[in-house]
Design a binder for this molecule. Structure first.
Ligand code: UDP
Length: 241
């Protein structure tokens, strides 16, 4: 799969539907975990500041452009990515396309009760899937090592890790070897949205690539974090030869 370098991070250049088909096919043949990072500018900037975290990204199998800022950055570099691939949409797409024999899901992250609520919602929306286990992201179901042990024993095909960056990518990198061939994906606040506790931006914001703006006005405490977006674009501009 073609990858485009954005500040030293190889981001897959594909459409969302091609990406899903590719992962579903790969799951049939691989015996290793498939680790997916859903990157936004904040994640890429974090990698620039922390080499251990950057290593987690470089050792993952696929980094997709979850944030529109990453797509804009790729355009500024003269190597435009085909499209944005939002992690939240991948969550639904994997739930929808999971086939018998590859339909065991584990949800990890969010405040106590969120992963369970998200699992109930997922079961309603996609009755063909099996949620084999859930764990909250604040230690209520054990620390990271304990959750990994518990999850691995349940033999999931998909693990959605919603403990936020950098924790989720670090957890995946540290524990991936305990899983045989699961898709392991960091999904940020997706379980909050799936569970119905946080609203995703209205369609018009998504269409206009203003999902980040909706998050900013609905969760103004994110302001400081979002300053990473202009910083990221500045770094991209600087890196352009
Ligand atoms: N979270 C968690 N454990 C922690 C810190 C955060 O489970 O120690 C969860 C938090 O409850 C939220 C998610 O991680 O559901 C992070 O969401 P955020 O909005 O920061 O991620 P984004 O969608 O921006 O990647």
């Amino acid at each position: 799969m073609k990858k485009i370098d954005v500040l030293g991070i190889p981001v897959v250049d594909t459409t969302k539907s091609e990406f899903i088909d590719h992962i579903v096919d790969e799951m049939q043949i691989t015996e290793k975990p498939i680790c997916i990072v859903t990157a936004n500018p904040e994640i890429i900037m974090l990698a620039k500041e922390n080499t251990n975290y950057e290593k987690c990204l470089l050792e993952s199998n696929y980094v997709v452009a979850d944030g529109i800022g990453v797509v804009i950055g790729s355009k500024m570099l003269g190597t435009p990515l085909k499209e944005r691939i939002p992690g939240y949409e991948l969550v639904h797409d994997f739930l929808r396309t999971a086939k018998a024999g590859h339909n065991r899901f584990f949800f990890y992250g969010g405040k106590p009760g969120i992963a369970k609520q998200a699992a109930e919602k997922a079961n309603l929306l996609y009755p063909h899937i099996k949620i084999v286990g859930v764990a909250d992201g604040y230690g209520g179901d054990g620390n990271g090592d304990e959750v990994a042990k518990k999850a691995a024993a349940l033999n999931p095909d998909f693990i959605f890790v919603a403990t936020g960056a950098p924790k989720q990518e670090e957890w995946i990198a540290e524990h991936r070897n305990q899983f045989s061939n699961a898709v392991m994906m960091g999904v940020g606040g997706s379980l909050d949205v799936l569970s119905g506790n946080v609203d995703r931006a209205p369609e018009i914001f998504i269409k206009l690539n203003l999902e980040w703006f909706h998050r900013l006005i609905t969760q103004p405490t994110r302001f400081k974090r979002m300053l990473k977006i202009p910083q990221f674009l500045f770094e991209v501009r600087k890196s352009k030869k």
